[in-house]
Design a protein around this ligand. Sequence first.
Ligand SMILES: NC(=O)c1ccc[n+]([C@@H]2O[C@H](COP(=O)([O-])OP(=O)(O)OC[C@H]3O[C@@H](n4cnc5c(N)ncnc54)[C@H](OP(=O)(O)O)[C@@H]3O)[C@@H](O)[C@H]2O)c1
Length: 264
Amino acid sequence: MDGIHGKVIIVTGASEGIGRALAIKLSRAGAKLMLAARNLERLQQVADELDGDVGIYACDVSDQAQCKALVAATLEQYGGLDILVNNAGITMWGRLDEMEDLAIYERMMQVNYLGAVYLTHAALPALKASKGSIATVASIAGLTGVPYRTGYAASKHAVIGFFDSLRIELKDDGIDITVICPDFVVTETHKRAIGTDGKPLGATPMQESKLMTAEQCAQLCLHAISHRQRLLITSLRGRLGRWFKLLVPSLIDRIADRAIRNRH
Ligand SMILES: NC(=O)c1ccc[n+]([C@@H]2O[C@H](COP(=O)([O-])OP(=O)(O)OC[C@H]3O[C@@H](n4cnc5c(N)ncnc54)[C@H](OP(=O)(O)O)[C@@H]3O)[C@@H](O)[C@H]2O)c1
């Protein structure tokens, strides 16, 4: 596939969900991959499914030194870097007035926001050399408010603000930035979401039969990344929502409220 074949690509959060599905599609399109997440065993299982060039690296993106080491390992293995996919992320489920422990608010900023900042900073010299691109999996929760996900939405708004600003800084460097905003997708993230007691929910609160699959989401991501697209919003309600938010913001609040109440 044009824009992907032969390219060296780092994908974070590649052991599960959207990152795993995207890694499989990128590999089939001829990319040379460096897959990252904390759990090396699960990464190895993904790598075992792939035929092409693939490396794996244990990395907690909330640790700046580990992000630098991930980029260094990629340069050592492949001699360059063309595309960085910041996908690793965590989420929450609960109203603020019911939260017993606010640690998850800090952790989401560290993983979802600072993780992308650290890795992007470490990757910039190599991306400037290759005139490469950066794709970051944010969320439609980065474009509008979502109840029960206050801290998550805040971290994704931060991500989008960061990359919209960085795009302007890098306009003369030949680096393109793609911001990806999925609507709900069936993945492990909903079971792992931290609840009001500070622990993972263990079971998804979503009606999964009504959600997009990780494979469908990854297919849309693949197209956006290969075309160095500026913004991908995966659902019609997400795309229309941006315009309605300007005209009738209270309508968007009601749609977000209903989406959480109906769990899809
Ligand atoms: N699923 C949805 O409905 C949805 C909707 C919109 C946006 N998104 C976004 O899409 C991205 C992927 O989510 P997903 O739904 O595919 O989630 P997932 O199935 O839970 O997968 C998350 C991935 O991130 C990795 N990860 C978590 N914390 C990490 C850390 N500190 N350092 C490095 N890797 C870490 C996990 O591996 P380890 O645990 O081994 O580290 C795993 O590979 C996230 O940014 C999420 O916010 C998801």
